[in-house]
Design a protein around this ligand. Sequence first.
Ligand code: HEM
Length: 125
Amino acid sequence: TPENTLYIRMGGEATLQKLVTLFYDKVAKHPDLAPIFPDDLTLTAEKQYKFLSQFFGGPPLYSQEYGHPMLRARHLPFEITPTRAKAWLACMHETLDQMELDKQVKDEMLSRFTTTAYHMMNTPE
Ligand code: HEM
């Protein structure tokens, strides 16, 4: 296993578990995001934890359980507007700011989140 993955550098499982907990607490309170998410975000957070593990070069937990992520396709049932993409990224930015992460690690994570979030957009305003 590579030892210089973003997964290792951020602190692995403990960091990602904390990240998804903080992140979905914000999503649940965000007026642009809350309406398209389920009321109970337990499973959503668990799936995101498993996805991010492999996204950042750690164990492929999501694919082991759910198969190929097909992330854009899985988001098609939801109207993902530019406003929602920005809101998602704002929640993630705040989350990362709350965590004690190395600046370089944080910037790399945000950069990957930004590309992926814009890729998920499927609806104009
Ligand atoms: C699922 C919204 C971006 C990863 C979902 C769900 C919604 C959503 C509503 C369904 C939740 C559920 O039914 O449990 C959004 C919005 C985004 C966005 C508004 C703004 C651009 C992203 C990004 C990633 C991501 C950037 C990854 C880096 C996931 C994963 C799931 C998910 C892994 C679970 C898929 C599954 O059901 O197996 N998202 N999402 N999303 N999202 Fe996003």
